[in-house]
Design a protein around this ligand. Structure first.
Ligand SMILES: *[C@@H]1O[C@H](CO)[C@@H](O)[C@H](O)[C@H]1NC(C)=O
Ligand SMILES: *[C@@H]1O[C@H](CO)[C@@H](O)[C@H](O)[C@H]1NC(C)=O
Ligand SMILES: *[C@@H]1O[C@H](CO)[C@@H](O)[C@H](O)[C@H]1NC(C)=O
Ligand SMILES: *[C@@H]1O[C@H](CO)[C@@H](O)[C@H](O)[C@H]1NC(C)=O
Length: 314
């Protein structure tokens, strides 16, 4: 993706246009056995620990609530995702989008992008009306560890499925914290999956959209419409992405310097998980990157990303 392309998560449309003019974003079968580190009792621990502090906007390494804790879910229990109006303190995930944008089904967590209400006009490679779609946060944080998202994504040009790690949006001492480590399934083609990182800082607030993105292959079943296991392992030195149990890409902190400034996410802050599907038709650069704009004359009325499981290993 070329620099200055606007790759904007829906969550940040508001921020990107009004606050800082930044835009950031961003298989196999159902597992039959749970790794020992992620058994039901450790899930219960997570479920029943109080995550009311997880919504604090200021956080960092060293806070005992932020360390990596093993976690595993197949989204079999509806309480795994708290809706946007309820108290999320007893759920590992909370929806940012309305209840109709997602469902806990026998397939796992289904996240939807719905056809926009009303007319959609396309011009200059964009649509003037975007579909409502799901964004779901974890209520827990990690300061390192390995996350695995087992997921599939419908292939529709203009649509992006995103399985990411993300910092809180905050500005302290003029420093913008908006780190991301991304896995994105992009409507420009379903045969590959994409990785990216973002780490704006006071020293260099540029998003560098196209600087660190890559397209990765699948060892088998080369389409993101099938379920695959996407993993992100990270610590303060390096990030390793994998698919279906094979390492795909490693980036080290020293690989992320631009003009002497490091752009290594998650180094000094904890990250939370974020799952989503979004309509990339809203900005020209994003739309081009996503293979859009979405053609709603031919696209399904409801486009689906399905998450079968999420695990955290520490
Ligand atoms: C479950 O996992 C926890 C730590 O994650 C461990 O202490 C406990 O012994 C495990 N229980 C079983 C039955 O494996
Ligand atoms: C939340 O934070 C407060 C103070 O920061 C602390 O006293 C309390 O124990 C925390 N609660 C949980 C459940 O971590
Ligand atoms: C968990 O947080 C809620 C408020 O968000 C509070 O009412 C409740 O007492 C807390 N439970 C524990 C065990 O700290
Ligand atoms: C979801 O995560 C983003 C990024 O950390 C944060 O800005 C937002 O406030 C979170 N929303 C909820 C409801 O947790």
């Amino acid at each position: 993706m070329p620099a200055l392309t606007h790759n904007i998560c829906p969550l940040f449309l508001f921020l990107s246009f009004t606050l800082l003019s930044f835009g950031f974003c961003s298989p196999y079968a159902r597992p039959t056995e749970v790794p020992a580190s992620m058994n039901a009792s450790s899930y219960q621990t997570i479920q029943h620990s109080n995550h009311s502090n997880a919504s604090e906007s200021v956080h960092g390494r060293g806070n005992s609530d932020r360390h990596c804790q093993p976690f595993y879910t197949t989204f079999s229990d509806p309480s795994t995702v708290a809706d946007s109006n309820s108290n999320p303190s007893n759920s590992p995930f909370v929806a940012l989008s309305p209840p109709e944008t997602y469902a806990i089904t026998s397939n796992g967590l289904e996240m939807y992008l719905q056809r926009p209400k009303g007319e959609v006009h396309s011009a200059n490679g964009m649509n003037d009306n975007l579909g409502e779609a799901a964004t779901i946060n974890s209520t827990f944080w990690m300061d390192s560890g390995k996350v695995t998202y087992e997921a599939s994504c419908d292939y529709v040009p203009g649509v992006v499925c995103a399985f990411i790690l993300i910092d809180a949006v905050q500005v302290s001492d003029g420093e913008l914290h908006l780190d991301e480590i991304d896995v994105e399934l992009v409507g420009s083609g379903s045969a590959r999956w994409q990785t990216n990182i973002f780490k704006p800082s006071k020293a260099d607030p540029e998003p560098h959209y196209g600087q660190f993105d890559t397209k990765e292959q699948y060892p088998q079943n080369p389409s993101y419409t099938s379920f695959h296991k996407y993993s992100i392992s990270w610590d303060s030195e390096k990030i390793v992405w994998g698919v279906d149990g094979q390492d795909a890409r490693t980036i080290r902190k020293e690989d992320t310097y631009i003009n002497g400034v490091p752009h290594f996410p998650g180094e000094s802050d904890s990250l939370r998980l974020q799952l989503g599907i979004w309509d990339g038709s809203g900005a020209e650069g994003t739309s081009t990157w996503a293979g859009g704009p979405v053609n709603w004359d031919t696209a399904p009325q409801k486009i689906v990303a399905t998450v079968r499981s999420v695990s955290v290993e520490c």
